[in-house]
Design a protein around this ligand. Structure first.
Ligand SMILES: [Zn+2]
Length: 377
């Protein structure tokens, strides 16, 4: 599955209706939560899936969109029950304000795409299709961005692409702080200072925002301007990652990298790493681009990749600021990240790799969560 995202230009009337639907969704979600909590307090159990589905009937939303909300709640409750059975703490789904209700979801039907996007009950909405959709459209999400723009996001099932033969070599990849990625052959992919391009603009818009009175119309407008700068920043970053991923996959038939999910667990307690967003996004891009490039992504166990000596395999701790690997056993001196990338490559070729776990639950944290300027890249 692949996501296509197109800008929408709803008319005044359509925008009003769209916002009204978000409002109904918000109320519906909060009503469901309230009833669920009440039932749980009184009877000690949750609604079944079909009971929730009954509750969302005649909500005023397109029926499948309402059902989608029922499913969302059902999944959230199931996750809670599963976590509880594992003995973990798990929050109850949260009540939503209108700011947090941003999208309307069409799981199967209710829309068709021609010159315009025809979607029930809003009619034909103007859309800019800057790309050709290859494959079969499965779902549609109408999304309101923080900047006030609307987008249509289509999830598309791709037709299997005939594989181009890729005879390139295998490479190990270490995602890092100094460079976005260091390759086992000593090359690296630069970590662009994308943020600095937007720094002045962001500072300016944020300064404007801070001068506006709370609750005023001007404040809302300023907020949107700040959101638009963040949006440009996120787009520039995505664009860069796309190009980097394409370049890498055109050269190498097999790319070995660390399993981010294991790495995340290993890092717990050390604070959330600010680079996770970029790393996860980059990994995800490599995964879905790999097939059509005729390449393969292989994930390996990330444990000790930077501590292990890539020549004699003895393990020695080093702190984050030690940039050079200096082995006291065999005397190897090598850039820290290149040493790690070679270890990753060796694990992949020595059969110590996990399965090709592409698309298997790699979460992409939202890029807009970055609040402080110094935290981007
Ligand atoms: Zn050594």
């Amino acid at each position: 599955m692949r996501a296509y995202r197109f800008r929408l230009y709803p008319s005044k009337w359509q925008e009003k209706e769209l916002l009204h639907h978000l409002f109904i969704e918000k109320n519906l979600w909060n009503m469901l939560l309230e009833k669920t909590k009440k039932k749980y307090n009184e009877e000690g159990k949750f609604y079944s899936k079909s009971e929730i589905q009954l509750l969302v009937k005649d909500s005023g939303l397109y029926s499948q969109s309402a059902q989608a909300i029922a499913h969302r709640l059902h999944h959230a409750l199931q996750a809670k029950v599963r976590a509880k059975n594992r003995g973990q703490k798990w929050g109850f789904p949260r009540f939503k304000s209108i700011e947090r209700m941003k999208s309307i979801y069409y799981p199967q039907s209710g829309f068709s795409l021609g010159q315009k996007l025809k979607v029930s009950p809003f009619g034909e909405i103007s859309i800019v299709r800057h790309r050709i959709i290859k494959g079969r459209i499965k779902t549609l999400t109408l999304k309101k961005e923080a900047s006030g723009k609307w987008h249509a996001i289509f999830m598309v099932e791709e037709e299997s692409v005939p594989q181009k033969p890729n005879n390139g070599p295998t490479v190990g990849l270490d995602l890092g702080l100094n460079h976005l990625a260091t390759l086992s052959n000593g090359n690296f992919i630069e970590n662009p200072r994308i943020f600095s391009q937007f720094e002045n603009e962001l500072a300016r818009t944020q300064r404007h925002l801070s001068r506006k009175r709370r609750g005023s119309h001007n404040r809302e407008e300023s907020k949107k301007k700040v959101a638009r700068v963040y949006e440009s920043l996120a787009n520039a970053r995505k664009d860069y990652l796309h190009k980097a991923a394409n370049a890498l996959l055109s050269q190498y038939s097999k790319v070995a990298m660390e399993d981010l999910r294991i790495q995340k667990m290993a890092r717990e307690g050390h604070g959330k790493n600010i680079h996770d967003a970029s790393w996860a996004l980059f990994t995800n891009m490599l995964c879905y681009k790999a097939e059509s490039a005729g390449s393969e992504i292989v994930f390996v166990d990330p444990r000790n990749t930077s501590k292990e000596c890539s020549r004699c395999h003895s393990i020695a701790s080093k702190s984050l600021w030690e940039r050079t690997h200096q082995c006291s056993s065999c005397g190897l001196v090598l850039d820290r990240d290149v040493n790690a990338a070679i270890n990753i490559l060796q694990r992949a070729t020595a059969g110590m790799a996990g399965s090709n776990a592409c698309g298997d639950g790699i979460e992409i944290p939202s890029l807009k969560q970055e609040a402080a300027p110094s935290m981007a890249w």
